[in-house]
Design a protein around this ligand. Structure first.
Ligand SMILES: [Zn+2]
Length: 245
């Protein structure tokens, strides 16, 4: 399974405002709506980190390269990408007259953090630090985005480093979360032999049975990522039995 890890950085919406508290901004006050500044991505299991930006390649070339990556991916790992990164890219593709990329499975680690754990904060920076995986690249905050929008070369260097580091952190968090991800895209669909659905490892240990209302399945725990799985075929169907209706 080709798994792509991706993170994008986006320019904020800019608008004319007459105050700073409780403002209602109408559409004709908008100067420019948010757009993708750059992306960093990596194929899981490969060391190369890909990066492209509107500054490096221009908007269309950058969109072409990220579209190609999404096209090639079977699954995409991101942090809040289901609601942020992916729809933003789709909007850009639509506005540029590009077709939708090939369908892929989404592995949104923010959703995993929310559903499976209760960290004080679900921000990537907090979660990565809590797991001892390092932290985000420090930067000056909002000013960095403004400088990049104004084509400041030094600021772009920092942005590239920041964006790439986010993808490195993303991969580390993915490795930690992997055994806990419910409904991870199934590696068995991409593998000739039986393997762990979550990580493709062959190190599976029999660990009792899983019972549904009508069948008994062999249960396994992966010795690599720790996730639990069961056989697809039921092991024993003994005597006829009854279920309530
Ligand atoms: Zn596994």
């Amino acid at each position: 399974m080709k798994i792509l890890l991706i993170d994008i950085e986006v320019a904020p919406n800019t608008a004319h405002v007459w105050g700073i508290f409780d403002q209602n901004i109408s559409i004709n006050q908008l100067l420019e709506s948010s757009y993708t500044l750059c992306y960093a991505a990596k194929w899981y299991g490969e060391s190369k980190i890909m990066f492209d930006s509107i500054q490096k390649s221009g908007k269309q070339k950058m969109l072409d390269s990220v579209h190609k990556l999404l096209d090639e991916a079977d699954a995409i790992v991101h942090y809040n990408g289901s609601r942020f990164d992916i729809p933003i890219l789709h909007k850009e593709f639509l506005l540029s007259g590009m077709p939708p990329p090939a369908p892929s499975k989404q592995i949104d680690l923010l959703q995993v953090a929310r559903r499976q754990f209760r960290f004080v904060s679900n921000k990537l920076d907090y979660v990565a630090q809590a797991l001892g995986l390092g932290s985000k690249t420090e930067h000056e905050g909002h000013a960095l985005w403004v400088k990049c929008m104004n084509d400041d070369r030094k600021a772009w260097k920092t942005m590239e480093e920041y964006n790439k580091n986010d993808v490195i952190l993303l991969e580390k968090v993915y490795d930690k979360f992997k055994g806990w991800i419910k409904q991870h895209p199934n590696h068995n669909a991409y593998s000739a032999d039986v393997c762990c659905p979550n990580c493709a490892s062959r190190k599976l240990q029999s660990r009792g049975t899983q019972r549904s209302r009508t069948a008994i399945y062999q249960r396994y725990q992966c010795q690599n990522c720790g996730s639990w799985a069961r056989s697809v075929k039921s092991e024993k169907i003994s005597k006829d039995s009854l279920v309530n209706i």
